[in-house]
Design a binder for this molecule. Structure first.
Ligand code: ADP
Length: 263
């Protein structure tokens, strides 16, 4: 009798687990469908613009100045398309565990200085000041290009979601065996429930921003590939701080360029 009861209990457990799994599959399929439809929309917008401008230019309908403007738009939209496609490919590689990273010695302070130069004009056009406060030689073992991609994305977002005449602080410090970098803005912030969705890799809070919503998900996974962690702290209306913690590479470690493994 007792054994029968146990079986009944186990069958009940099994049924509810299967039910839960089925619901999860339905949910994740729905998320994927929504993602594909929003990505397709993102890809179609620049393509429509490129098609329109090139058709009119081809038909000889514009004077030289209008043609020049049209060509500039075509180039910009093409670059945007390439960026979108690269993001999708990166994301899919990360999902399938196929992202390869080349490990070298990376100085996070130098990396951030480079990023500040890259984004200077963009920040200045909105009167946003980029400030860096860093320990000396914050070294990590990592892929310089991929880590640059991470911090470019974070600082670019910080600029995008900041108010004019504000400042963004990049702060680098040591904590235990880690190099911690904070990207702090005083911009629009993210609400509690939207934060949950931002952490959901297929979601974008505001689809009007013209992004894939993959930037943060890619950054987070790239940081994790470097055995680090990425945290989002945000208060609506007050601002956002993204914290990236990466294992510190001791100063006296031999040049690790090309070395296959992280310490
Ligand atoms: P995208 O590449 O489309 O910008 P991200 O993954 O980088 O996507 O960001 C996802 C969403 O998270 C953004 O669309 C935005 O709504 C929100 N977000 C990211 N960074 C910030 C920030 N610094 N301040 C406010 N909102 C942000």
């Amino acid at each position: 009798q007792r054994i029968k009861g146990d079986y009944k209990y186990e069958l009940g457990e099994l049924a509810s687990t299967l039910n839960y799994m089925a619901q999860e599959i339905v949910r994740s399929n729905q998320v994927k469908d929504d993602f594909i439809s929003s990505i397709s929309h993102e890809l179609r917008t620049p393509l429509t613009s490129i098609k329109g401008w090139s058709e009119t230019i081809n038909s000889g309908g514009y004077d030289p100045e209008e043609t020049r403007i049209g060509m500039e738009i075509i180039t910009k939209e093409t670059e945007r398309l390439i960026g979108l496609v690269e993001e999708i490919l990166d994301f899919s590689k990360l999902q399938q565990n196929e992202m390869k990273i080349a490990i070298g010695r990376v100085d996070i302070k130098e990396l951030l200085q480079e990023i500040m130069l890259n984004l200077w004009t963009k920040a200045e056009s909105r009167q946003i000041e980029l400030r860096l406060k860093s320990e000396d030689r914050p070294l990590v073992a990592g892929d310089a290009n991929r880590l640059k991609q991470v911090f470019l994305n974070l600082v670019d977002n910080a600029i995008k979601f900041s108010h004019e005449h504000s400042a963004i602080d990049l702060v680098v410090y040591f904590e235990g065996d880690n190099v911690v970098t904070e990207v702090r803005d005083t911009g629009i912030g993210i609400s509690e429930d939207h934060l949950v969705k931002v952490r959901d890799r297929f979601f974008q809070v505001d689809p009007l921003n013209g992004g894939t919503g993959l930037g943060l998900a890619i950054s987070q996974q790239l940081v994790e590939l470097h055995k680090g962690i990425l945290l989002i702290q945000s208060t609506l209306g007050e601002g956002t701080t993204i914290v990236v913690s990466l294992p510190r590479l001791p100063e006296n470690t031999a040049q690790t360029d090309g070395a296959p493994e992280l310490p």
